[in-house]
Design a protein around this ligand. Sequence first.
Ligand code: GLN
Length: 537
Amino acid sequence: MARFIFVTGGVVSSLGKGLSSASLAYLLKSQGYKVRVRKMDPYLNVDPGTMSPFQHGEVFVTDDGAETDLDLGHYERFTNISSKKSDNITTGKIYSDIIQKERKGKYLGKTVQVIPHVTDRIKEFIKGDITNEDFVICEIGGTVGDIESLPFVEAIRQFSNEVGKNKSLFIHLTLVPFLKSSDEIKTKPTQHSVKELRSLGIQPDIVICRSQKSIPLDQKKKISLFCNVSIENVIETVDVRTIYEAPISFYNEKLDKQVLKYFKLRARKKVNLLPWKKITKSVLSKKRTVNIAIIGKYVNLKDAYKSLDEALIHGGIRNNIKVNLVRIESDKLKPFQVKKLLKNVSGILIPGGFGKRGTEGKISAINYARKHKIPFLGICFGMQMAVIEFARNVLKIKKAGSSELDKKCYPVIGLLNEWNKNGKLIKGTNIDLGGTMRLGLYEAKLRHNSLIQKIYKSKSIFERHRHRYEVNNQFLNSFEKKGMLFSGMSPDNKLPEIIELKNHPWFIGVQFHPEFKSRPLNPHPLFSSFIKAAKFY
Ligand code: GLN
């Protein structure tokens, strides 16, 4: 039977629970164990798909088409294990399931309550869809003490009681602040946070203390005493220089060792930290840099393009060059500024996006990249904008646009009504916005001798999608005649998946999101090739 590790957070949010869970998962996996990492989010949205990046940062998409929390991206990047729909749940989803069941009379006349019905549904999630995993790491979003997270904390308490202490472990991550004025490290917030957790019936087995400075032994002893945790289980995590150092840092602090000891297990293999050491070294060593412009609506928001930022860094790692991201807000990019703002960049990237705001700035930047032969990568919305730019300025269809943005335009990008998934016809809609896009892994067939085929070194690829609109396939011939090639198509040849330009050294648009599949230890070929082109621009 799997062992369950629950990770809660205290004092403040954004302490790096996701990164801690992902690093622990890597360390356990590297020692020969089968691991699964899951996230429970206490908000009321059914999934983050309908939330603005201002609220939530990036929406991460899984192979099986779930729109999930961005922490799942960390898990995938650190463990190289693809997450599934069944690895992320929210309060909204739990209530939505329960209410549906109630409407069908499935509770047989009972009063439906938080305990046991909500907590039972959470427990079902924790143990659902697992096979022969040795460890299931479950992270609980938010901070202990929040009203929203109470049912989750209660559910993991019950769960641990049911499976037994030898099969469950509680890790609590807290902040140990350093007060500059008194030159002191303070343990009181940690003591209070653990007290709060204990008042909910949970005694943490391991406390991870996030701190700016290394915590002296005396203070560790204090945490151990007040929090009722053995001293070796007070693990410090001092700010790392790059996230790739996190697995090394947790290994040095013996987090994995303490976890295995708790479960009375031994490492099956020696942990391999070499890849992380190499990456850390390569990311930190000062060397040549390459400027890449990212032009989008949310560029100034940390985490709005998390996977994309990561994928670009991965491309830099592969090319032994530091990628400097020049973030440009698309709605502030007026056509007359394009030249000035883009003059020092060697690559231009337009990421995924929704809605009209900032689109003209993006189109002007694409025009600049096309004419000046600057390496260009358009992702999803970015590809759609590239098609519009080409239609307007090369095919001279002045009113070319997307039906998402302008109902009266000449729709070179149109609403997707139906598509094929594994031989089944799926109908799209834009009435219900949650979970109704073309989502998840789809195949694309690559054209022989195209740039994209040289990059992927394959005839067929599978990439993750998240969009409602599609290039209108009625106009493909006129585009091809003028030099825009549709070098990747859906297997039924109906949906354009990839565009490239004949007379340009590196101009590619993809309808999917390659960033979700890039890994630090295995950079995505498209990003590696893009950065390489930028390096030699
Ligand atoms: N808004 C566009 C669509 O729905 C593109 C979405 C995206 O870039 N992810 O098709």
